[in-house]
Design a binder for this molecule. Structure first.
Ligand SMILES: [Zn+2]
Length: 654
């Protein structure tokens, strides 16, 4: 039996603890998303929650944790007789690993019984295991999108629905969903973000005394977990008792009209989409009143609910950091207006930003000290004294991806993978040991031979050669390394605008697909790493905006620099496959011929975005693509709605 760190021993993290406790009181709030860097003990806090939840009464032997008082009518183990003696067990904490297959999450058909006994038996998955408990997903931002969808659907409906090879099963799946993520490793898509009830940001305390206490307790726990837990047993009992009492109180808590007006005014002021935010805020405020032993929601409850329920729901563009908290002034103003208070501020006082100085001036790292707000755009960047040109508006690009399927890097949305995870996309005769049976295809293969094999009874006559295995396909996230030509031949302003617009669009695409990105640029005599590989697309777009242009074209130097970046990254993050995107017109005017440098990159999947334009074309980018063993694509063909053929044959990776 694992002894977990007690919840009541956690120092600080007040918002996180409150968000978890409120969901424990009222699971209808819809779960918690916890964002924060590594080493902030967010997993420890989440894991310690389950011990505080009331025990659950279950029907003995039911694998779906039916409540004896109200068994699930669709329970696959049912129907249950009434009057069975109930069992009680602790509420569970179920952890969903990032690499989990859909079968593991949603449940699967028991193929052995289906084949040998002709019984359609259902093997419960993690959703069933988590029913009436906590479902915890660490690194939820790295989970495959279709699994996140599945999870959030179940969490919203309280029901899991599984359809597989002609078998359909429904069972209750009500759980407290908690996801943790490190935003540095890629954001959750906004559509998924707002389906979590509450979101909190955690960071390590800046207070030395508090940090010391964290360390002291951790050391004590590691030295003797049992003794440490015993010392906090009283605190744990108190919290558990308070949760149970708040649950009882919850249905009787009143939400006065004034509080409801406050909620809707705040949601309107923050311009959130739909009505989900209003509902979540109302439930949170009610749970908070119950948690504090009150029978009526106060304006303070509404304020706290806003802080927990709104930050991840504000409208934003993809480069906006969802980690920013709420604008407190705006919150207060909305609340006081709902209260019929004074409405101050002029008619055009609607800007959410007060235009304070940026903490990172536009000077390409050169803005040290001075007043960054007054620096001209591009100072310290363009050596020619010209301000960098701005990009055209970003557009949706077609998918650029390695052609060959990978063996499964970090979960994502770009390169194809084959292996254990992902969706079933077909069936094949296994070469070697059968791993994943494809039942429908196996039955179809056996069916025509039944008479010939002398079938008489009800059982299927199955032979080895009938067996078919499922072919699965998933998506991984890649490292997309941009190698961008910023030389004079590219620098006609209109052209450079288009090039920047294209790279910006590809960056947006990388953001949505949770890729890592890096940026190498070359002009004049040399190439520079404008941005080492990172998951922060914001940084990349920022560097791109400041990109200075002009001078000669050291194309070979650019490729060599890209090669070194990729080599270093291969050591640091070996599972992640790279995709090199070279953006150039292919005219080299400085340094050695690029063909040699290109050949050295021939193991890497690559795309050359051909920026050549005008009536006379040299086709140099095409030659470069051939030397790289990559795919050429014209700049104008990059948009997803362009009619040209889909990019294919991005060369396979050895
Ligand atoms: Zn049951």
């Amino acid at each position: 039996m694992i002894i977990r760190y007690p919840f009541s021993a956690v120092v600080g993290h007040d918002d996180l603890k409150l968000a978890l406790l409120l969901n424990a009181v009222s699971p209808a709030i819809g779960g918690v998303l916890v964002r924060g860097e590594k080493g902030t003990a967010k997993s420890t806090v989440v894991r310690s929650l389950a011990a505080l939840l009331p025990q659950v009464a279950v029907v003995a032997g039911c694998r779906f944790s039916c409540d004896p008082a109200a068994p699930d009518p669709s329970c696959p183990d049912g129907p249950h007789e009434s009057g069975l003696s109930p069992q009680t067990r602790p509420a569970r904490l179920v952890e969903l690993p990032v690499g989990a297959s859909e079968d593991r999450v949603a449940g699967s058909l028991d193929l052995e019984r289906a084949l040998t006994e002709g019984v359609k038996a259902f093997e419960p998955g993690l959703l069933a295991a988590a029913h009436r408990g906590v479902l915890y997903v660490d690194e939820v931002n790295l989970l495959h999108d279709h699994l996140v969808d599945l999870l959030l659907d179940a969490a919203a409906m309280g029901v899991a629905h599984v359809e597989r090879e002609g078998v359909s099963v429904r069972h209750a799946a009500r759980f407290l969903l908690v996801g943790t993520m490190n935003p540095e490793e890629g954001e959750l898509r906004p559509q998924l973000l707002d389906r979590f009830g509450l979101a909190v940001e955690v960071r390590a305390s800046r207070d030395p005394a508090e940090r010391a206490e964290v360390v002291r307790r951790r050391l004590a726990f590691d030295a003797g977990p049992a003794g440490f837990a015993a010392a906090y047993a009283g605190g744990e009992r108190d919290l558990a008792g308070r949760i149970a009492a708040a649950r009882e109180r919850l249905p009787g808590v009143a939400l006065p009209d004034a509080a409801l007006r406050g909620i809707t005014a705040v949601c309107a002021a923050f311009d959130v989409e739909g009505m989900r935010a209003d509902l979540v805020m109302a439930r949170t405020a009610v749970a908070l009143a119950a948690w504090e032993g009150r029978d009526e929601v106060t304006s303070g409850d509404v304020r706290t609910a806003a802080r927990l329920a709104l930050p991840h729901r504000r409208r934003r563009d993809p480069f906006d950091d969802p980690g920013h908290g709420l604008d407190e002034e705006r919150l207060e103003q909305a609340l006081s207006e709902a209260d019929g208070g004074p409405k101050d501020g002029g008619p055009d006082d609607d800007g959410p930003y007060d235009d304070g100085p940026d903490d990172d001036g536009p000077g390409g790292g050169g803005a040290s000290g001075g007043d960054p707000a007054d620096a001209p755009p591009g100072a310290g960047g363009a050596s020619g004294g010209r301000a960098p040109v701005s990009a055209t508006a970003p557009y949706r690009t077609r998918l650029l991806a390695p052609e060959a399927a990978g063996r499964g890097g970090p979960a994502g949305r770009r390169g194809r993978t084959t292996g254990e995870s992902g969706r079933t996309v077909g069936a094949r005769t296994p070469d070697g040991r059968l791993r994943r049976l494809h039942l429908a295809a196996t039955l179809a293969a056996a069916a025509p031979h039944q008479r010939g094999r002398g079938r008489s009874g009800s059982g299927l006559v199955l032979r080895r050669e009938d067996l078919r295995e499922a072919v699965r396909e998933g998506r991984e996230s890649n490292l997309v390394l941009f190698c961008v030509d910023a030389s004079g031949s590219m620098a006609a302003r209109a052209r450079m605008r288009a090039v920047k617009g294209a790279v910006l669009s590809l960056l947006l695409d990388a953001y949505q697909r949770r890729d890592k990105v890096g940026l190498v640029t070359f002009r004049g005599e040399d190439a520079t790493v404008a941005l080492p590989p990172t998951s922060s697309v914001e940084l990349a777009s920022d560097r791109l905006a400041r990109l200075a242009t002009g001078g000669r074209t050291p194309l070979a130097a650019g490729l060599r620099r890209a090669e070194r970046v990729l080599a270093a990254e291969r050591l640091r993050d070996p599972r992640r496959r790279p995709l090199l995107v070279v953006v150039t017109d292919g005219r080299h005017t400085s340094g050695p011929d690029p063909v040699g440098a290109a050949a050295r990159l021939a193991g890497v999947a690559s795309v050359v975005v051909d920026c050549e334009h005008g009536p006379v074309r040299l086709g140099l980018a095409g030659r470069l693509a051939a030397a790289l063993g990559g795919t050429p694509i014209r700049l104008e063909e990059l948009a997803a709605d362009h009619l040209a053929a889909v990019v294919r044959d991005v060369r396979k990776v050895a």
